[in-house]
Every structure is written in C-alpha cells, then in structure tokens.
Design a protein around this ligand. Sequence first.
Ligand code: GLA
Length: 395
Amino acid sequence: MNDRELKSRFLQEYGSGEGIRMFFAPGRVNLIGEHTDYNGGYVFPAALTLGTWALVRPREDGLYRFRSTNFERKAECHIGKVEYREEDDWANYPKGVLKEWLRFSDLAAHLKGADILYHGNILNGAGLSSSASIEMVTALALMKLAGADIPMLELVKLAQRAENRFIGVNCGIMDPFAVGMGRKDHAMMLKCESLEYRYVPVHIDGYKLVITNTNKRRGLANSKYNERRRECEEGLRYIQQRLPHVHRLGDLTPGEWESVKDEMPDQVIRRRVDHVVSETKRVLLAAESLQQHDLQAFGQWMKQSHESLRDQYQVTGVELDTLFEEARRIPGCIGTRMTGAGFGGCHISLVKEEAVKRFQKEVADRYTRKTGLIPTFHICDIGDGTREMTGEVEA
Ligand code: GLA
C-alpha cells in the first residue's frame, strides 16, 4: 500500500477531515551478538526498511481509536480509562504506550485524543520486533500530537516500560532501541545495560540481507530461554568465586575465561559461558570487519556465531540448522546465522544480489523437503529509525 492508498483507507475508516500526519517505525534484526544482552555483553542490531506506518489525526474529546489494515480487531479507549483487555489483542500495544504518556504530567494535558490507522509489512511473531515497531510509532505520534519534543532515547525507554508494565512481557531494551535509534546503512553496537552505543556503517553494496523465517511454532522457546538465563547466572556465580571483580559474563575477557574454564565442573554451564565470551568477542571483531569493508570476514563471524549457538548454547534446533546448512551451500551466500532467541523464528543471510533468486528457490526446496515446513523470505535494506514521514512514499 502506498501512502495515497493508506490515506484513502484512513478516510474510509474515520471519515473526511484535514490534519492527517504520517509516522513510521521500522522492524529490526540483530546481525550478530545473540544471548549476550542479558549477560551485559554487546548486541549489534540494525533497523529495517520494513516496519509500521501510523496515520494519525487529532481529536479533542479524549478518545483514542485504533485500527489496522493488518488486523480486523478495532479498539478504542478514553484517556480516563486505559486498561489492558485481552480481546483488544494487538491494540494493547498502543494502549500501553498511551498509558505511559499519561504518566508524564507535562504532557498529559495535551493528550486530547486521536484516530490512528496502522499498516505494517513485518510478519508478526517472526522475531523482527513488530511489537516494538507499533509501540515506537505510537510513542512518537502521540508525542508530536501533544506538541512535545522529547529525545528518542526517552521514547525508547517509554516503549520498554509499556511492554513490561502493560503487556507484561519482561523484554530488554535492544528492540525498542534499534527501532527508535536506527540509522540508514548502519548497525548499532550497543551494551544494553549502560546504553553505551555507537553506529557502525554497513556497506553491503552488491549484497542483500535475506531474512528467512522458519515458520516453526516456537513452543518451547520461553521455557528454554529462561533455562539459559539461569544457566548463565549459575556460571557467573561460579566464576565470581575465583574472579570476584567480574560482575557480568559479558565483562569476562577470553584470557580470564581460559584461566578458570578447565576447573568448572559442570560441562553444560561451561558451554553456555563459552558461547557468551566468544560471542561478545565476535561482535567486536564483526564490527571491526564492517568498518574495514571486509564483508567476507563479517560473513565468517556470522557463521561462527551460528555454530556457537548450535553447539555451545544449544538454542538452534533442526529447522534453523537446516537453513544454516542449506544457505551456506549456495554460491554467493557469504554469511548466515540464526537471529533472535532461537528454537525457530528467523535466520539471516548475506547474499550476493544476483544469487538471491536462486538462494530463495534452493533453500526453500531443500528446507521443505527436510522439515515439511514452507519458509518465507524478506529481502531487506537497513533503514532509519522511528520518524515522521514527510513526502516519502515507502509503504
Ligand atoms: C530474544 C530477546 C532478546 C535477546 C535475544 C537473544 O529475542 O527478546 O532480548 O535476548 O532473544 O539474543
């Protein structure tokens, strides 16, 4: 849908009238640095050109109406009563953001209602942060309508609070950060705890980022995710008995790890720590490779990351491993790995532009033959973070 079609859809939904503004928030993908965020290590996400658009027109009666071209469910609430309601489904995300804005006493008086129409082209549940994207686009739109100018980083924190408090998902800051702060043709090297970050240029001329969705239902993902977190905490406790200055596994240097590794009695915990230490180092090396325009080296770090997630952290599974094996066989695919929590979700590959068609066809055929599932592909570019759209047509 282009922006003219979106506007006419808006008018169809909400009736005629002036004053419609359009906002956009991207989805995100983590290029490398998996299961490092909650260990105090680095992540390396980038914002995509896929994302969520919001067309917004102010009201004066305190009513907020939420509709989407992607979902049938319509929802509305008055500023006096913003509550989580199961049946409101996706609309709980924007409602959570509204609730957080209403806590800002300076802003609350200027939140007078709006009609909002969302349109997204990120697949839900694919691990590309469709929820952070809806939250961030709402956070910016409501702020602009209230005539305020609050730094993007504060919007990022607000979106995270909305998700934690209203939706009840204990997510980290990586997703809203990448969605809010993304920059075209750059990835962000971020330490999630301190929010220390820097932009690293990603020049992939002649190549495409191909995201492959396993389309596997992630049944065990949550319990396994929590299990890994517990294992890391156990590893840290053990290490602290020997190296008391280490506060997070992400701070442990490879040298320090070597000095205590062999004494660690539990082989499983040892593998988990091994992944965190090596992945933290890989993020730094991968960023360095990009800085030097060495895409081949970057691709190698991606592959090593997958192998470590498969063998040491053990969060891949047959679907992601099949994609990994099949993708790397295709000439022109120079890097490939799982992305996100694992156990399903998505895989990301760096593929020569002229090989993309063949990549899609051969990977899909072989993946389906081995797993019985049909994968879906997104060919992505790295885009800017959350913003108001003025005159751009992207949808
Ligand atoms: C999920 C979490 C992220 C991160 C990844 C693994 O996607 O939401 O915070 O922990 O898993 O890197």
